[in-house]
Design a protein around this ligand. Structure first.
Ligand code: NAI
Length: 377
């Protein structure tokens, strides 16, 4: 299969989400990072793009330049990812869709409902893809939960409870930190703080797993740090089209909760529970039965969960990133930088000595034997 050409807007050096997109898009060799306007500072963006391997003529200063440069190329990008701050998403997404590009947009997709509807209309009209990065829905065990619900394995869903509550903006003395402040400033963040930032992930998750849509809701917002103009805590009750009762709590002042994203689905014949901090396990309890742990990668998963269990059973999904870290340390080592901890041939030979010693010991009624390679004795 030929690699698809891929471009990024935003996600520059030091950004939070940029590295996740680069790792994700390139992990399977499906996308080649061919173009980018990566930073709000044109020169920094151009320089960083070239350090990432983008050709100089496709390392753009801003997105308008990128659109003009890409649209008539033979080898133009097949997909553009928009990973800029929220207020810019609409304008960029609309322009790229209208010019015939497929788009992956970060959440929240737009600042207003009108803008959101306009994006849906433009995508429909142009026939181009506009995806939104609700990435948690792509965990294998979230797919398993959805498939179980769809398959009737917990019966009709009565109740869904979901939380995305962390404590990382819980320090009032941090309220002036520039990375925190914009999130509670209506000019930068729009009409909502925590709900638009994290709550929508939880709400999407509820719809996704229940395979249902939110029809109505009732919300209680609070700015628990009084200087904040937007909410840092919200409790939202909702009802889904099928009548399912929904409860959602999202907070950024829940000190002690780390990522804090979880979902529980309660049906007529069973319940399911998944948490992003233990993403490889789906907890399932049939009515009147014992609680079971369904593991990513195990036999008998639904097809979608099986397909996305790219790391074998018992290995966490973060496993490929640990391998990526080995490559990082190797690149540094090749450049002459010492990296303590990079496993080397010495570790290799110690393992071999241990294997052979263990075999010898097992054959010798568990005798205590020297496990070191002769060269290290
Ligand atoms: P950030 O502030 O860490 O990085 C933003 C990057 O965009 C910077 O490199 C900046 O120079 C660049 N930038 C800003 N304006 C630009 C412009 N007009 N043109 C080109 N580049 C521009 O922000 P972060 O946290 O990476 O968030 C970016 C987006 O990703 C937000 O919409 C946020 O809501 C979303 N996000 C989504 C997550 C998810 O789980 N799906 C997680 C974290 C962020």
């Amino acid at each position: 299969m030929t690699k698809l050409n891929w471009g990024m807007i935003g996600g520059g050096e030091g950004s939070q989400i940029g590295p996740a997109h680069r790792l994700g898009a390139q992990a399977d060799g499906l996308f080649n990072l061919a173009a980018g306007a990566l930073d709000h500072r044109p020169e920094e963006g151009r320089a960083y793009a070239q350090r990432l391997g983008i050709a100089a003529d496709r390392a753009y200063g801003d997105w308008t330049e990128m659109l003009a440069g890409e649209k008539d190329r033979q080898d133009k990008i097949d997909l553009v990812t928009i990973a800029t701050p929220n207020a810019t998403h609409f304008e960029i997404a609309k322009a790229f869709l209208e010019a015939g590009f497929n788009v992956l947009c970060e959440k929240p997709m737009t600042m207003t409902v009108e803008e959101g509807e306009e994006i849906v209309r433009v995508a429909n009209k142009t026939g181009k893809i506009c995806a939104v990065n609700y990435c948690y829905s792509a965990y294998p065990m979230v797919r398993q939960a959805r498939a179980m619900v769809r398959n009737g394995e917990i019966g009709k869903v009565r109740l869904v409870v979901t939380n995305f509550s962390h404590g990382h903006h819980g320090d009032a003395t941090d309220a002036d930190n520039p990375r925190v402040r914009w999130r509670y400033d209506p000019k930068m963040a729009g009409v909502s703080g925590q709900f638009a930032d994290c709550g929508i992930h939880a709400l999407h998750m509820a719809s996704f797993v229940c395979d249902d849509e939110v029809e109505k809701l009732s919300a209680d917002f609070a700015s628990t740090i009084p200087s904040r103009e937007l909410e840092d805590d919200a409790m939202v009750n909702f009802r889904m089209a099928s009548g399912t009762v929904g409860r959602l709590w999202t907070s950024s002042v829940a000190i002690g909760r780390q990522h804090g994203f979880d979902i529980q689905v309660f049906g007529e014949t069973g319940g399911l529970r998944w948490a992003s901090e233990q993403p490889n396990q789906l907890i399932y309890t049939p009515v009147g039965g014992r609680t079971q742990i369904i593991e990513k990668g195990e036999a008998g998963l639904h097809e979608d969960a099986q397909r996305l269990s790219r790391v074998s059973i018992a290995h966490p999904e973060g496993f490929p990133l640990a391998v990526a870290n080995i490559y990082c340390d190797l690149a540094d080592a090749i450049a002459g930088e010492t990296r303590n901890g990079l496993p080397t041939a010495e570790d290799g030979v110690r393992s071999m000595a241990a294997v052979h010693t263990a075999v010898a010991s097992a054959q010798n009624k568990g005798a205590w034997l020297d496990a070191r390679p002769p060269m290290f004795r």
